[in-house]
Design a protein around this ligand. Structure first.
Ligand code: SF4
Length: 98
């Protein structure tokens, strides 16, 4: 496997405790994708009856929410994001409309 080293915003906390990547309210995916163009929901969330054993802390690999002021060229430029449930969906709470 090749190693890719890249700076990414950290996923600070995630309240989606039913997600397979969540343990102790932290996201342990390598990187998440956020958004569908207008809504900043987590596109990586996977609600399943299991949880990863990984210990890494996730970064934001890509974000499709161009109207967010932290977004530049479909990449997040925030230092850190927080994810909480909004209407039952894991959602980036760091989103700020331009
Ligand atoms: S802060 Fe904005 S750009 Fe960053 S992940 Fe959240 S919605 Fe996307």
């Amino acid at each position: 496997m090749k190693t890719v080293t890249i700076e990414m915003p950290e996923v600070g906390q995630c309240a989606a405790t039913e997600c397979a990547y969540n343990r102790e309210r932290m996201c342990h995916a390598r990187a998440i994708t956020v958004g569908d163009g207008t809504q900043p929901m987590c596109d990586t969330a996977y609600m399943a009856g299991m949880h990863t054993r990984a210990s890494m802390i996730a970064g934001v690999g890509a974000c499709k929410v161009a109207p967010c002021r932290h977004n530049n060229d479909l990449e997040c430029q925030a230092d850190l994001i927080e994810v909480a449930l909004s209407g039952g969906d894991p959602t980036c709470m760091t989103f700020e409309k331009r």
